[in-house]
Design a protein around this ligand. Structure first.
Ligand SMILES: Cc1ncc(COP(=O)(O)O)c(C=O)c1O
Length: 426
């Protein structure tokens, strides 16, 4: 393979058949499109998700719980397939709560973090028996009032805005003024309010950043988190039963990105946990991962509807775009636009040509690939944009310009040897 090989950046787990068609979970991309009856569509390969979860399980110290952050991809079939594979779901809205419960995740294994929880979301969470990750003194007071009115106990963790960040993260969620969690300096005061009969105190939640490919930075943040929580535990209204260490495990979207050294993260966490302060001797630890579990398993398939040249540049115009796959267009929080890996899914052979691949929206922001080398591509060919399993449909402005929503398909969802770290309720 050379840098000009159009398939050079195809993520592991994808290949072509002998006539050059891209296979997704062993089936040609065109067959997935026929099955959906339309393009564009997302296809998620559950076999790849399962393999990734097995890798994470093997790398993490025994007993560390693996939670899936539903925000990365809340497709109902995918959530159902995830339930037997992970130890909990982390959710960020009342809508995700409904999806998590409908998928069959036990309420005790669901935790709800996110700023701006409305009263009805707090109530639904408390009624369901799921865990609230409390983000502020005001939210603590509202949760106590609602639980008291309902005559129920609210399971609650305190989310801390740590005084450190996860170095080198795509998105920083700690270390400074943030709308997420309670500043570590203010935690003792909020913990005092949680010493209330309407609260069942579960533990602490710290999420310092995401999309990080540096194992040493993740290990450092985990060690700092455990130190911070051990310090705060003395002021907790009860024993700390669970510490959610956050996640931040990143995936390689771009050519210069190197995959995360998962074994190094796991080994360092093992060392940190073995040396942890005695106040945390008996509690469970969890990591919450979104994109790391699902991003590389997803493909966005869109069909070329037009070929045209402008000032000498070839444009392949597709029926998809940023309304389905905002992240690939570069408009979901990236300073510099770079191409996600993409290929012609219909053919591998043909004279090479360089093209800009655009969507069907009338905005210059709607770019799926710029200066991409492909075999000569015809109207009707399918383009496959990889890394589409996380923050694809769910993080895109689907209503923009009134195009239909994309189809979604889950491949290979029959469960094989589900493994859980622990099935016990907290
Ligand atoms: C609290 C929380 N948990 C989990 C995630 C998932 O992050 P990722 O998909 O990068 O693993 C996020 C992302 O912003 C988050 O804010």
């Amino acid at each position: 393979m050379t840098a000009a090989d159009p398939d050079a950046r195809m993520p592991p787990g994808f290949r072509r058949d002998p006539v050059g068609r891209l296979l997704i979970a062993g089936r040609p991309a065109e067959a997935w499109a026929e099955d959906a009856g339309e393009t564009p569509l997302f296809v998620y390969d559950m076999g790849l998700v399962r393999a990734r979860i097995a890798e994470v399980r093997a790398a993490l110290p025994a007993g560390v719980r693996l939670h899936y952050a539903v925000k990365a991809n809340p497709m109902p079939d995918l959530l159902r397939a995830m339930v037997p594979l992970v130890d909990g779901f982390d959710i960020a809205s009342g809508g995700e709560l409904a999806r998590a419960l409908a998928a069959g995740m036990g309420a005790r294994h669901i935790s709800f973090a996110g700023p701006g929880k409305r009263d009805r979301e707090l109530e639904a969470t408390i009624r369901a028996g799921a865990i609230l990750s409390i983000e502020s003194a005001g939210e603590a007071a509202r949760a106590i009032a609602i639980a008291t009115r309902l005559g129920l106990q609210a399971s609650a963790m305190l989310r801390i805005n740590p005084p450190f960040e996860l170095r080198g993260s795509g998105m920083r969620m700690g270390g400074g003024a943030r709308p997420f969690g309670v500043d570590a300096a203010d935690a003792a005061a909020v913990l005092a309010t949680l010493a209330h009969p309407a609260i069942d105190f579960v533990g602490f939640h710290v999420f310092a950043g995401s999309q990080n490919l540096d194992a040493a930075a993740i290990a450092e943040a985990q060690a700092l988190t455990i130190g911070l929580v051990a310090h705060l535990a003395a002021a907790a209204p009860g024993p700390v039963r669970l510490v959610n260490l956050g996640g931040g495990f990143g995936v390689p979207y771009f050519p210069a990105d190197r995959p995360l050294d998962l074994a190094a993260v796991g080994a360092a966490l093992g060392d940190t946990l073995r040396a942890r302060p005695s106040i945390l001797a008996d509690c469970a630890f969890a990591v919450e991962l979104g994109r790391y579990l699902v991003a590389e398993a997803g493909v966005y398939l869109t069909r070329v509807v037009d070929r045209k040249r402008s000032h000498g540049t070839l444009f392949l115009v597709t029926d998809g775009g940023l309304h389905h796959q905002l992240a690939a267009s570069g408009n979901l929080g990236s300073a510099v636009r770079r191409n996600y890996p993409l290929v012609n899914a219909t053919r591998a052979d043909g004279v090479r040509e360089t093209a800009n691949i655009v969507g069907c929206l009338c905005t210059p922001l709607d770019r799926l690939g710029e200066g991409v080398v492909l075999p000569e591509t015809k109207v009707g060919d399918l383009i496959a944009v990889f890394m589409a399993g996380a923050y694809g449909r769910t993080a895109s402005p689907e209503a923009f310009l009134g195009h239909p929503p994309p189809a979604e398909r889950l491949a290979g969802s029959a469960p094989v040897n589900p493994v859980r770290a622990s099935g016990t309720a907290l």
